[in-house]
Design a protein around this ligand. Structure first.
Ligand SMILES: *[C@@H]1O[C@H](CO)[C@@H](O)[C@H](O)[C@H]1NC(C)=O
Ligand SMILES: *[C@@H]1O[C@H](CO)[C@@H](O)[C@H](O)[C@H]1NC(C)=O
Ligand SMILES: *[C@@H]1O[C@H](CO)[C@@H](O)[C@H](O)[C@H]1NC(C)=O
Ligand SMILES: *[C@@H]1O[C@H](CO)[C@@H](O)[C@H](O)[C@H]1NC(C)=O
Length: 347
């Protein structure tokens, strides 16, 4: 297989080098393994890949497929083939702890400061069954300039560790506890947006503890997040506005315990979830969530970290080599039928 991939690379390089200038011909037969991105096999592989990515994403939100950028299928044996995908994803409004199936999650609209994910995924189809061999993702929010163009007043993402954000979340959680018996502890701040001059909108995930709000008012430090079968999570959306008067709003949805769900977040001891510092970033990068699951030694949340959650360096190699022939995601004459259709919107 190694030799085969190397051969493909050589073929690509050769094709590219023999036609360094001038228009690329639309050949009668596409290069080896290239397939129409919107073909049923592309859709099927993308669905498996997106499920996998969401199942291994421990922070922030679930992602939905927006577009298949590239699709290649390479036979590896009489009843097996390798499927190589490049995907565009969009952040949904479902937190990863939300038990709603992805189909029921809405994609965050452009005016809500959308976040895009890019993934390279390699799958194996053996005897008709697809499994993911490797996936490498990263995500980034739309630029503030883009949003201001279509909506000058829309609240924009701000760093999750901003003092105003942390204070707002504390205030909203207190507010929630004032009307609820169960004491919840913060798992993570998932999103924070600010609207000038000083309105703050936040979204955060919480976990039920063994304390009542009354217990907690006396000894909050002794309250433990419920774990195992009893683990109970929730998700809150709230805001604090100061114009003209202070206006505090918070709504939390508490999810029924999901003892049967195998999810990295739910599988772990919830206490381990409590210390997830995200310093200076305005969203939970897909990359970080994945890397933790795959034994990446890097604990850093820096978007500059180059370690992706990659099981194989080949994907990275392939990408570097093929980048020049596919600048900016424009239609690729060497890869007809790709990129595929946009399901939501382009960022
Ligand atoms: C998800 O959406 C489908 C179709 O709209 C609906 O039938 C189903 O009840 C929804 N599931 C949940 C858990 O809301
Ligand atoms: C919660 O659990 C902790 C650790 O088991 C215990 O020390 C504490 O007393 C419990 N709190 C309540 C209110 O049961
Ligand atoms: C947020 O994190 C960044 C990067 O680590 C740091 O420079 C900044 O001081 C932090 N802000 C606050 C309010 O802690
Ligand atoms: C992480 O690595 C250790 C040793 O290298 C291994 O025992 C463990 O199973 C790995 N964990 C995961 C989640 O892959």
């Amino acid at each position: 297989m190694k030799a085969f991939v190397a051969l493909i690379l050589l073929v690509q390089i050769a094709v590219y080098q023999t036609k360094p200038h001038g228009p690329k011909p639309i050949g009668p037969s596409p290069p080896l393994g290239m397939r129409d991105c919107d073909s049923p096999e592309g859709e099927e592989a993308a669905a498996v890949a997106v499920d996998y990515i969401n199942a291994h994403h421990a922070h922030g939100y679930k992602y939905a497929l927006n577009r298949i950028e590239k699709l290649r299928v390479l036979p590896t044996g009489p009843s097996s083939e390798r499927v190589i995908l490049e995907l565009d994803l969009l952040e949904t409004k479902c937190h990863v702890l939300n038990p709603l199936p992805l189909e029921n999650c809405t994609v965050r609209e452009l005016t809500g400061h959308a976040v895009e994910g890019d993934c390279d995924v390699k799958l194996l189809r053996k005897d008709g069954k697809l499994s993911v061999l490797a996936a490498s993702c990263h995500s980034s929010p739309d630029s503030a300039e883009d949003i201001i163009k279509i909506c000058p007043d829309c609240p924009l993402l701000i760093p999750l560790n901003d003092t105003r954000v942390v204070k707002t979340v504390e205030l909203l959680l207190d507010q929630y506890h004032s009307t609820n018996d169960v004491y919840f502890t913060l798992i993570e701040i998932a999103r924070a947006q600010m609207q000038a001059p000083n309105a703050i909108f936040v979204e955060f995930a919480i976990s039920a503890t063994n304390c009542s709000s009354k217990d907690a008012s006396e000894h909050a430090e002794a309250c433990q997040a419920l774990s195992g079968d009893q683990a109970t999570f929730g998700f809150c959306v709230g805001s604090v506005m100061h114009v003209p008067n202070e206006n505090i709003q918070v709504e939390c949805e508490v999810y029924a315990p999901q003892p049967d769900v195998v999810h990295p977040v739910l599988a772990k001891d919830t206490v381990g979830l409590l210390s997830v510092p995200v310093h200076g970033f305005s969203h939970h990068n897909l990359r970080h969530s994945h890397s933790s699951h795959f034994n990446d030694s890097s604990e850093s949340n820096s978007a500059e970290v180059s370690v992706a959650y990659t099981l194989s360096p080949k994907l990275v190699v392939k990408r570097t080599v093929s980048e020049p022939e596919h600048p900016g995601g424009v239609l690729d004459p060497l890869h007809p039928g790709c990129p595929g259709r946009v399901r939501h919107f382009r960022i």
